[in-house]
Design a protein around this ligand. Structure first.
Ligand code: FAD
Ligand code: NAP
Ligand code: SF4
Length: 674
């Protein structure tokens, strides 16, 4: 019997029988901003349908132009737009899948000058201030949802999802904090929920009984003035009565000060909020957020918290998630590590979404479907089992080459071995396990504990040599740099060297921030749901409006000072969607952030530096260097000196701004060319 009986059980919704309980959640991909957008979107969704996900929810489509996420965003409000949808629904159907169009009116989050809301008042996360809708405009907006649903039906979608969470327009109506209206859509609870109830009724009236209508409810708002658990439950019942076939759950508004999907959030952290909705209704309820393995999903369903699970980012990391689950090959699923680096952070910086783990995501047209066997299999040596070397080896071996992967350390992973020791980065463990299993499955000969030299490579009879030797930490020239107080990040994260209670960290890039987080110490928060709730001020019972309380005080293990030489705010290089979380944690831990310094010396007293021309001394036990990295090309240069050609990838090729995302992308692209 499958270990996933709940996850693999069929479910009937509005006349459609779904083969399992796995839903791909709506994602804004920005694929529509590229050339051939329809073809790209069709290929993207069809790949997931072939991977047997039961139901695909599209990215949000505004029912009116002023409801778009940003300029040029997706709108479906006219019949002449159907031509760009029909190929998508056709391809998904041909692949055996079901696709539902999400209707999303961004309200005061819309990054457009003519954005609208129930009441005036700019969102903290938008530069544009909304205009309050007149009563007649609210009724016409309700009609526009029904119009979009009817168009979706004509385009061949299996249904629509009405997006009522995350702080967008509908949520702005339901919460008193953003709804100060005095007409029939404001004031009392009944009046505030009238807007979504009328939308669901209007949509149902237009599309008939056989078309799926899902409502995405905010299962916990995480903002002051949001709903309580009792209100959410009552609202869910009314949504069912209004005609919804299923309720999907969202978590937190975008402006909430609580992380909701980053790696620092424990897996299935929001199960309690989903259960509250499920207990209130008899239609299927879908859980979402931080569900990234079949095991987590199965446990959630088995516990009775939900009927289905929605996974968005995990379907970027592996389009075949559901198929592998069905076939008993769950351990082959490439895991989403909740880093947000190539998905949300791309979207927030106006780039197209893809995935750190799977660079093919969103680029189905470029990479093609499946693995192209090599025309002439060769013997390939890969040096360095960091993300670049491992990815290259897996992809090259998958194409039929005979690959030997040399690694000097006694384990694979490169710098990811250090990354996973940082609180909130434990998901890297799963990625490293997946790399290890996939190397074995693809029959890569892995030689750990082998610092291979140029002679051995030159004599090895390899047709191709790929150098992925990564980076070496940069050691700045500061008087006293060899003082015993000075440590490198490798000493701290790699070798586990004891660190004293007073610490100066030089360099505030990703590594400097990670070392600071590691040293303040919060080991429980990213795996223990109770500890997470206390740390971020979440009331799991949602007894208070919005479910937010005061975060628990935090006792840092050390006094930490983080420095950079350049002026300006520290942490500019951190990810848009995660940098604020890290900074908030460090603030709570009393870490000081200082920019614009010149390091003068390190001695028995500690760190001597100047700021604004003033000399200062900071008495510390240790000074930790996180001052960037340089390419490790020793082996490559030795090979060149012998006249042996080798290809460079990852940090060995270019250290500046290198991260695992770029290393994996580059390695994948090279592997399909040899
Ligand atoms: P590396 O990971 O440096 O691997 C190179 C490998 O080559 C090493 O294992 C080394 O032992 C081996 N090697 C070297 N010479 C030889 C030889 N002669 N013979 C055999 N083996 C050899 N990136 C992200 O994208 N997201 C993050 O959250 C993130 N967090 C990080 C946290 C920390 C603390 C650190 C240090 C880095 C983090 N990074 C992160 C950066 C990321 O880990 C690197 O960009 C990535 O590992 C570089 O990959 P690579 O394969 O080029 O090199
Ligand atoms: P980095 O981002 O380049 O930061 C290096 C820091 O050292 C900077 O603050 C820099 O600022 C300082 N510095 C540079 N040269 C110096 C010198 N000669 N003397 C003193 N200070 C110097 O590098 P990193 O922090 O080592 O990170 C390496 C890569 O890993 C980055 O590309 C990063 O994206 C990636 N990474 C990503 C994550 C993530 O969560 N996504 C986490 C960790 C690492 P000043 O010059 O102003 O002092
Ligand atoms: Fe998951 Fe990171 Fe890939 Fe986004 S980029 S889908 S968070 S692994």
């Amino acid at each position: 019997m499958s270990p996933f009986p709940h996850l693999l059980a069929p479910l009937r919704i509005a006349g459609t029988t779904l083969p399992n309980r796995m839903v791909m959640g709506a994602m804004h991909t920005r694929l529509e901003t590229l050339d051939r957008p329809t073809e790209r979107l069709a290929a993207f969704y069809a790949a997931r349908a072939r991977g047997e996900i039961a139901l695909i929810l599209t990215g949000g489509h505004a029912p009116v132009p002023e409801g778009v996420m940003d300029e040029g965003g997706l709108v479906l409000d006219r019949r002449d737009q159907l031509a760009s949808h029909e190929p998508i629904t056709r391809e998904v159907r041909r692949a055996g899948g079901h696709i539902v169009l999400q209707i999303l009116h961004a309200g005061r989050y819309a990054k457009v000058a003519d954005c609208v809301a129930p009441s005036e008042g700019k969102a903290r996360i938008n530069t544009f201030a909304p205009r309050a809708l007149a009563t007649a405009e609210v009724w016409s907006t309700i009609d526009s949802y029904a119009n979009t649903a009817a168009l979706a039906q004509e385009a061949g979608y299996a249904g629509v999802e009405v997006m009522g969470s995350e702080g967008y327009l509908i949520n702005e109506f339901t919460a008193s904090v953003t709804n100060r209206r005095d007409d029939e859509f404001g004031g009392s609870f009944d009046n505030r929920i009238r807007f979504p109830l009328e939308i669901v009724k209007a949509v149902r009236a237009r599309v008939g009984a056989a078309f799926i209508v899902i409502y995405r409810i905010s299962s916990i708002d995480l903002v002051d003035g949001g709903m309580t658990a009792a209100e959410i439950a009552a609202f869910a019942r009314r949504i069912q009565q209004a005609g919804a076939d299923a309720i999907n759950t969202g978590v937190g508004w975008h402006e909430a000060a609580v992380p909701t999907i980053a790696a620092t959030v424990p897996r299935a952290a929001w199960a309690g909020a989903v259960r509250n909705v499920r207990q209130a209704v008899t239609i299927p309820v879908i859980a979402s957020n931080r569900i990234n393995t079949p095991q987590v999903a199965e446990a959630l369903l088995a516990s009775g918290a939900a009927d289905m699970v929605s996974m968005a980012r995990p379907l970027l990391a592996d389009p075949d998630f559901a198929r592998k689950t069905r076939l008993g090959r769950a351990d082959e699923i490439a895991p989403c590590i909740a880093c947000n680096q190539a998905c949300l952070d791309h979207i927030f910086t106006e780039r197209v979404a893809t995935c750190l783990v799977n660079p093919r995501a969103g680029r189905e047209i470029e990479f093609g479907d499946g693995v192209e066997p090599a025309t002439s299999p060769r013997r390939v040596a890969v040096v360095g089992a960091g993300p670049a070397g491992m990815t290259f080896a897996i992809n090259a071996a998958g194409r039929g080459h005979t690959v030997t992967l040399f690694e000097a350390a006694d384990q694979i992973g490169g710098q990811l071995v250090m990354a996973r020791r940082v609180p909130g980065k434990s998901e890297f463990d799963g990625l490293l396990r997946w790399f290890e299993d996939t190397l074995t499955r693809n029959r890569v000969r892995v030689r750990i504990g082998t610092r291979v030299g140029a002679d051995e490579l030159a004599r090895g009879g390899f047709d191709e040599i790929v150098i992925a030797t990564g980076v070496l930490p940069r050691r700045p020239t500061i008087p006293g740099i060899d003082h015993p107080k000075v440590l490198g990040y490798v000493d701290v994260l790699g070798l586990g060297t004891e660190v004293g209670p007073r610490v100066a960290i030089l360099g505030a890039g990703g590594v400097g921030f990670d070392v600071a987080e590691f040293l303040v110490g919060e080991p429980l928060e990213s795996t223990d749901i109770g500890a997470f709730a206390q740390a971020w001020g979440v009331d799991p019972s949602i007894g208070v409006p919005g479910g937010v309380t005061r975060p628990a005080p935090f006792a840092a293990r050390r006094q930490i000072h983080l420095f950079q030489r350049k002026p300006g705010t520290l942490g500019r290089s951190l990810g848009k969607s995660t940098g604020w979380i890290l900074k908030a944690k460090l603030k709570r831990a009393g870490v000081t952030l200082t920019a614009g310094v010149t390091y003068e010396a390190i001695d028995d007293r500690g760190l001597h530096y100047t700021i604004d021309g003033q000399p200062r001394v900071l008495e510390v036990d240790h000074v930790i260097l996180c001052t960037g990295q340089e390419s490790n090309r020793v082996l490559h240069d030795e090979l060149l000196a012998r006249g042996v050609n080798a290809r460079l990838i990852g940090g060995a090729a270019e250290a500046a701004e290198l991260d695992a995302r770029r290393a994996i992308d580059q390695a994948t692209r090279l592997a399909i060319t040899i």
